[in-house]
Design a protein around this ligand. Structure first.
Ligand code: PBG
Length: 321
C-alpha cells in the first residue's frame, strides 16, 4: 500500500460531488419509521414536537401530512383515558390504538402501520407486565400481551412490536396470532432493549413513569452485549421476524454485533432522550440540529441497522428533498 505523498485521502474530499460519489452510507426515507402517540390530546409539545399526543382525528391528519412528505411507516403508541392494574385498555377491542387503526387502515392502505405492544401505558403502576406483590409477573403477563397483539392485528396492524421484555413473549404472541388466523403478521421484537435513562421524555409523553421501582428487573443491563445476542437468538427461535436494538446511539456496537450474527432485518430505535438531547443542545445554540441529527441517523445506519425508528423521521423527509 502506498503512502503519502502518493496517497492523499483529501483528494476525494475536495468537492461535495466527489464526496457524494464515494459516500458509503446513505439515508433513505423508506427505511425510517415515525413513532406517533394517540390518546387524550394535550397541548403541542413545543420543545419536542414529535412527542405530542394526538386525538384520533388529529392523528389521521398528521399521518396524511407525513405521508405527503414521503414517510411510509409509523409506530403507534396508545395512551388510554383510564388505566387499571392489569392494563386492560391494551387489548380492549375499542381501545385507543384499535380505534386509531380502524380509522387509519382503510384510509392509508399503502402505509406500514406498526404497533407497540406493551402494558406500561395502560397500567396504573406503569410497569410493562402485571404485578405479583412488588414483582413484575412474567408468565401471567404473556397472555395479556398476546391478546393485545391479536387485537392490534384484528384492527389492521401490519406488524406488532412487543417492547415489554418479558421472557417468552414472542412465542406467546406468535402462537396467539397464528391461532387467530394472523399467521402472516410479522413480529418486530424489541429484542435487545436496555434499561435506559434515555426513555425519559417518552415516559412523560406516554404517561408511563413507573409508580415504584424501575425496569431493571426486565429490561437489559446496558453493560451487556453477549446477553443481547442471547436475547436475539431466543426471540428468533420463538418466531421474531425483525430484531430491534434500543436505544440506538449508546449501543452502536450492539447493532453491529446483531447485524453480523443474524441474517434477519435489524432495526434500531433512536429514542426520545437521544432526540431531546440534540434538540436541547440546538436550542442552546451549541450545535446545528439538522447536521447533528443527520450525523446520528447516518451512524445508526452505518452500524448496521436496516430500519430506524426515529422522532426525526418527519423532519428527515424535508431534509432529504
Ligand atoms: C414501552 C416503551 C418505551 C419506549 C418504547 N416502548 C418506554 C420504556 O420502556 O420505558 C421508549 C421509547 C423512547 O424513549 O423513545 N415499554
Amino acid at each position: 500500500m502506498s503512502s503519502f505523498p502518493v496517497t492523499r485521502l483529501r483528494r476525494l474530499r475536495r468537492t461535495a460531488p466527489l464526496r457524494s460519489l464515494v459516500r458509503e452510507t446513505r439515508l433513505d426515507l423508506d427505511d425510517f419509521v415515525l413513532p406517533l402517540f394517540v390518546g387524550p390530546a394535550t397541548d403541542p409539545n413545543a420543545a419536542l414536537p414529535a412527542l405530542g399526543r394526538l386525538a384520533v382525528d388529529d392523528l389521521a391528519r398528521e399521518v396524511e401530512e407525513c405521508a405527503g412528505l414521503g414517510v411510509c411507516a409509523f409506530l403507534l403508541f396508545g395512551i388510554p383515558e383510564t388505566k387499571d392494574e392489569e392494563g386492560s385498555g391494551a387489548w380492549d377491542e375499542d381501545g385507543i390504538v384499535q380505534r386509531a387503526l380502524r380509522e387509519l387502515r382503510p384510509r392509508f392502505p399503502e402505509l406500514v402501520l406498526l404497533t407497540d405492544v406493551c402494558l406500561c401505558e395502560y397500567t396504573t403502576h406503569g410497569h410493562c407486565g402485571v404485578l405479583d406483590g412488588d414483582e413484575i409477573a412474567n408468565d401471567e403477563s404473556l397472555d395479556l400481551l398476546a391478546r393485545t397483539a391479536v387485537s392490534h392485528a384484528d384492527a389492521g396492524a401490519d406488524a406488532v412490536a412487543p417492547s415489554d421484555m418479558m421472557d417468552g413473549r414472542v412465542a406467546a404472541i406468535r402462537a396467539a396470532l397464528d391461532e387467530a388466523g394472523h399467521e402472516t403478521t410479522p413480529i418486530l421484537s424489541y429484542a435487545a432493549k436496555y434499561a435506559s435513562a434515555f426513555y425519559g421524555p417518552f415516559r412523560e409523553a406516554a404517561g408511563s413513569v413507573p409508580s415504584f421501582g424501575d425496569r431493571r428487573g426486565y429490561q437489559m443491563d446496558p453493560a451487556n452485549v453477549r446477553e443481547a445476542l442471547r436475547e436475539c437468538a431466543l426471540d428468533l427461535a420463538e418466531g421474531a421476524d425483525v430484531l430491534m436494538v434500543k436505544p440506538a446511539l449508546p449501543n452502536l456496537d450492539v447493532i453491529r454485533a446483531v447485524r453480523e450474527r443474524f441474517d434477519v432485518p435489524v432495526a434500531a430505535y433512536n429514542v426520545s432522550g437521544e432526540y431531546a438531547m440534540v434538540k436541547a443542545a440546538a436550542r442552546e445554540g451549541a450545535l446545528d440540529e439538522r447536521q447533528a441529527a443527520l450525523e446520528c441517523l447516518t451512524a445508526i445506519k452505518r452500524a448496521g441497522a436496516d430500519v430506524v425508528v426515529s422522532y426525526w423521521t418527519k423532519e428527515l423527509a424535508a431534509w432529504l428533498v
